[in-house]
Design a binder for this molecule. Structure first.
Ligand code: PEP
Ligand code: MG
Length: 889
């Protein structure tokens, strides 16, 4: 096994092994682009280190061999006294984790080689000593674990002593003194001197990068982004180039397209006379990349050329980090760039138009989560607002919340249910918890590529950065703009699409994408925006390819009509219990309390016409499309009053000696029906078998509604679904009754209603005996909510609030199984039931109607196991259509 790859040996397909950065540095090297030579230590080496606490024993020799080759190529040795080769040691995992792991620059500098570096830099002593103090500072903090504040404080002291404001005003002699101070800080803090041996520096830095995979902030970021915890990071050892050698040097970041809009053009930031981290950290304000043209035309032109090469090569938006050392351009990094949801859709269709990718590939460039994000509301342009300031539109969205000025408060307040906006001068990786907790992020410094912007875009969180007229005072927990003061707790609104910041709550309006799905905005129309055009096209690509049909979970005509506008091809679940709320609850109460058959018949008779009317409306809304009506499912006691309240009422009445007969009966019934585990109790088909006439009333209502629609020349396609079936015998009982009722209604109207009867598969026993159950069912609909509950033994109503956080933290699962289908457990049962069901009945229709039907990842699973349709809430329908298309592409 090989643990080290030269940049000339790798390529972009080796991201698992070389990490994203290493794989792309290799790719650029092989494209002939100017990349400083170097090598990559694999993620496999990192895994060995993390598992055993030690690097693999072959690593040292392999590193030596690659270092020798690098030294030969560069014509100098690492840390050589008169002309040192310096290297950077950088982390780089398979998935980008911006700023979460460690990097050390200027490895190879020592008391001896610092003078050699000065000589090589044309006698620039200041540069050499500044590079050395940066090394000690970075190395001290990240490798040796010294408190970073100690270095910061010493730097501040040096500036105060010299009466200057910025680092660049410190001269060589000041920096030399500072190096001495820094070395003392290190030896005081660690009980050892700063290592002078360049190879020791390098080896320690490599281990520190391995270790940084498991820092708290890296773990938190991975959980948030659903990046597996066992991938490890690669380590890139790269010869140093310097952007801080004077005005003809500098460093910058660039995008081949605008990551916010997708438009082609020159996008990026440049900082003259600076080293890499200065840009991303947002410490000094940068100039727009376009200004580089006047500063250094040759490098600018070369950069434009390289950007075009990269875009054509990667066939996608790329982001780039580069450095110019005395007029020579160097590429330090590239990757397929993060982008906003809207830009993802636009870029995908633009690339199709440019002939760079085909429709199937375009579908892989977007996802359902992005589409869901585009469906969020936006601020109302017409609303009266008080503008506080304006920054850079870094990550779109409309966020409203109470101003907080530190991460801790953001987390605390959001836990108690408050919506907060995290406001910082600039963010750093320590702010991650707060950023996750906040509705949106506002900073007063830094550009589109600052930490806040990059991380927020990655999380899909609203962000405005670099709002310079806003003065953030974190100590006093407030911000000021001119004479306006915003204190902690005051409400602010930030618009990540325009960069505007408002005082108070700005009302929101629906997004144009929802307007489009609603049919209130049309692609191709004059007022349709580019985004709507792009969404329209991508949806067409998806619809053309998908095999899964998409239905809606809807219980009333209004939801059904919306679902239809959103592209639903039927209703997969109408939960009839929602039809028994409000004033009808009393009728159900009467049904439950009925002592005699007559009383029960009366109650059922009063419910029948109401149910029939519900179904007529629903069948009309969904005319020509299938509508699966599920018979009553919840525990009966849900229709009765609360046991404690009622007991108190009855006790009080009894003490006054005026207890009423009805309340007493009610209380008895409540006691009789009370269950310790209602979710495992008298619900679903069990109700139908225990309360005579209940299911037949519902079936009659469905049949009569269908007959009425037929008589009105409609095209009703009703399907009757029985919930919570565990054995085929249960289903057979209901089927027999159903067939009698349906035959009666058909005979009365002289028509064939073609009503299908099927069942939910939501209990393990149903899944396991699916072959038998299919004998009595024309269709299955997987109820993955209950199936997840019963397979795991997790109460669906309780566990997410109780121990799921601990489970997620421990990595027992990466995401709640109620959100994304658990492929190995619940999914395996679904697959088994699909196969067994189809063996019994080859034309068995199969769908899913649990929450998973609208979850992107789960939709792919349902495609794979061969379901016919997924059913989800109306607002998820576009997402399900898109993901079904992506699964098939
Ligand atoms: C299910 O259990 O997945 C389901 C759709 O039914 P309900 O959520 O109504 O229990
Ligand atoms: Mg269920």
């Amino acid at each position: 096994q090989k643990f080290v790859y030269d940049f000339t040996e790798g390529n972009r397909d080796l991201k698992d092994l070389l990490g994203g950065k290493g794989a792309n540095l290799a790719e650029m090297t092989n494209l002939g682009l100017p990349v400083p030579p170097g090598f990559t230590i694999t993620t496999e080496a990192c895994k060995v280190y993390l598992d055993s606490g030690d690097a693999p024993k072959e690593l040292r020799d392999e590193v030596s061999a690659h270092l020798d080759a690098l030294e030969a190529k560069m014509g100098k040795k690492l840390g050589q006294a008169d002309d040192p080769l310096l290297v950077s040691v950088r982390s780089g995992a398979k998935f980008s984790m911006p700023g979460m792991m460690d990097t050390v620059l200027n490895i190879g500098l020592s008391d001896k080689s610092v003078t050699g570096l000065a000589k090589q830099a044309g006698g620039d002593e200041r540069f050499a000593w500044d590079s050395y103090r940066r090394l000690i500072q970075m190395f001290g903090k990240t490798v040796l674990g010294v408190d970073g504040e100690l270095f910061e404080d010493a730097l501040e002291e040096a500036k105060t002593a010299k009466k200057v404001k910025v680092d660049t005003d410190l001269e060589a002699a000041d920096l030399k003194r500072l190096v001495k101070k820094f070395k003392k800080i290190v030896s005081d803090a660690c009980g050892r001197d700063f290592p002078q041996d360049p190879r020791e520096q390098m080896d320690l830095a490599i281990n520190a990068v391995f270790d940084s995979w498991n820092t708290d902030r890296a773990k938190l970021y991975r959980r948030q982004e659903r990046i597996p915890g066992d991938l490890g990071t690669a380590v890139n050892v790269c010869s140093m180039v310097f952007g801080n050698l004077g005005p003809d040097s500098g460093t910058g970041v660039a995008f081949t397209r605008d990551p916010a809009s997708g438009h082609q053009g020159v996008y990026g930031d440049y900082l003259q006379n600076a080293q890499g981290e200065d840009v991303v950290a947002g410490i000094r304000n940068t100039v727009p990349l376009a200004d580089l043209e006047s500063l250094d035309k040759k490098s600018y032109d070369q950069l434009m050329q390289i950007m075009e090469t990269l875009e054509t090569h990667y066939k996608d938006l790329c982001d780039i980090e580069f450095t110019i050392e005395r007029g020579q351009l160097w590429m330090l990094q590239t990757r397929v760039g993060k982008r906003t949801a809207g830009a993802a859709f636009r870029i995908a269709t633009q690339l199709v138009d440019q002939g760079l990718i085909d429709e199937a590939e375009a579908l892989q460039r977007v996802n359902g989560a992005q589409l869901a994000q585009l469906m969020f509301p936006r601020f109302d342009d017409e609303a009266k607002t008080q503008l506080l300031g304006r920054g850079i539109a870094a990550s779109p969205g409309a966020a409203v919340g109470k101003a907080v000025f530190d991460s801790y408060t953001a987390v605390k307040w959001s836990r108690s249910g408050e919506k907060v906006i995290l406001i910082r001068r600039e963010t750093n990786p320590d702010d991650l918890d707060g950023m996750i907790a906040a509705e949106g992020i506002l900073t007063s410094r830094g550009g589109k590529t600052s930490h806040a912007a990059v991380v927020a875009r990655g999380m899909g969180k609203t962000c405005v950065c670099g709002a310079e007229e806003i003065e953030v005072d974190t100590k006093r927990r407030r911000l000021t703009v001119g004479s306006t003061v915003v204190e902690e707790g005051d409400v602010v609104s930030i618009d990540g699409s325009s960069g505007k910041v408002y005082l108070g709550e700005v009302p929101v309006v629906p997004s144009p994408v929802v307007e489009y799905f609603e049919g209130r905005m049309h692609a191709g129309a004059d007022d349709a925006d580019e985004l709507v055009e792009a969404v329209h096209r991508i949806m067409a690509y998806a619809d053309r390819r998908r095999r899964l049909r998409v239905r809606a979970n809807a219980d009333n005509a209004e939801d059904a009509l919306r679902a239809r506008r959103f592209g639903a091809q039927g209703i997969g679940l109408c939960r009839t219990e929602h039809m028994f709320l409000g004033e009808r609850r009393e009728m159900v109460e009467k049904l439950i309390l009925a002592d005699t058959d007559d009383e029960r018949e009366d109650a059922l008779k009063s419910l029948l016409p109401l149910q029939k009317k519900d179904f007529i409306e629903l069948f009309e809304a969904m005319d020509g499309l299938p509508v699966t009506v599920r018979l009553l499912d919840p525990p009966l006691h849900e229709f009765l009053p609360d046991i404690t309240e009622l007991s108190v009422r009855v006790a009080l009445a009894e003490s006054r000696k005026d207890a009423n007969e009805n309340d007493l009966r009610l209380l008895q019934a409540v006691h009789r029906l009370h269950e310790q585990n209602p979710m495992l109790g008298l619900r679903g088909v069990r109700l139908g078998l225990v309360i005579p006439g209940l299911f037949t009333m519902q079936i009659r209502a469905i049949a009569e509604a269908a007959a009425a629609r037929k008589n009105a020349k409609g095209d009703p396609r009703a399907e009757i679904m029985i919930p919570l079936v565990g054995s085929v015998q249960e289903l057979e009982f209901v089927r027999e009754e159903a067939e009698t009722v349906i035959a009666e209604v058909e005979a009365a109207h002289g028509i064939d209603l073609k009503l299908a009867l099927g069942t939910m598969i939501e209990l393990p026993r149903a899944a396991i005996t699916a072959g038998q159950i299919a004998e009595a069912a024309e269709f299955f609909s997987f109820g993955t909510n209950d199936l997840t509950q019963t397979v795991w033994g997790f109460s669906r109503d309780d566990v997410e609030a109780s121990f799921f956080t601990a489970y997620l933290e421990k990595g027992i699962f990466g995401v709640s199984p109620f959100e994304t289908i658990d492929r190995d457990g619940v999914g395996a049962l679904v697959k088994q039931a699909v196969e067994a069901g189809r063996r019994t009945r080859p034309d068995l229709k199969l769908g899913v109607c649990g929450e998973h039907g609208g979850d992107p990842e789960s939709v792919h699973f349902f495609h794979e196991v061969g379901l016919d349709y997924v059913s989800c809430s109306p607002f998820r329908i576009p997402v399900a259509r898109l993901e079904a298309g992506r699964a098939a592409a």
